[in-house]
Design a protein around this ligand. Structure first.
Ligand code: PNS
Length: 158
């Protein structure tokens, strides 16, 4: 069975992430979506909330599994015995950040390979950080996130 890990903060998951996961599911037998911890980002939704949001989006798709991981991604890869990672790329700005992570992960564990998928051009402008900003100012996030996430708006004072 060919499997790939799709890691991210997913705070919250956006239509851009959903598109990448759906495209991966046409290529791989299993996509392990992992809600990982980024030490330089303070989260808006808790990891458990993000896990529940993503599971809800893919509740009818048996190929997608979703987990939380609090440690290094390379240790999650070892635990799963899966050494393929995928990240989405929207722009050169993403590339600079992603290439550093991919090369750090490879240095930490040479078995790991990171593949990049380019974002659908229609969804290129969407980011979790802009979605969080729109939520916190009471705006409409429905164009940017799956319907079920749109229903769960976080109280802006959280
Ligand atoms: O959605 P993001 O911000 O691109 O996700 C980044 C994430 C969570 C995948 C990255 O910070 C990560 O891998 N965190 C786990 C801890 C880790 O392994 N850090 C070193 C990465 S080189």
């Amino acid at each position: 069975m060919n499997r790939i890990i799709y890691p991210g903060s997913f705070d919250p998951i956006t239509n851009g992430h959903v598109d990448i996961i759906k495209r991966l599911s046409k290529i791989f037998d299993e996509i392990i979506v992992v809600v990982a911890h980024s030490s330089d980002k303070k989260s808006f939704f808790t990891a458990k909330e993000r896990l529940a949001q993503i599971r809800d989006v893919f509740k009818n798709d048996k190929k997608i599994t979703v987990e939380i991981w609090d440690g290094l991604l390379v240790d999650f890869c070892e635990k799963k015995k899966c050494f393929l990672l995928c990240k989405g790329l929207r722009s050169v700005k993403d590339f600079e950040y992603e290439i550093d992570m991919a090369q750090t992960n490879k240095k930490l564990n040479p078995k790991i390979e990171t593949f990049f998928l380019s974002t659908d051009p229609e969804l290129r402008f969407i980011s979790s950080s802009l979605v969080r900003e729109v939520i916190s100012m009471g705006g409409d996030i429905s164009p940017f996130v799956p319907r079920s996430i749109n229903a769960i708006k976080k109280n802006s004072k959280d």
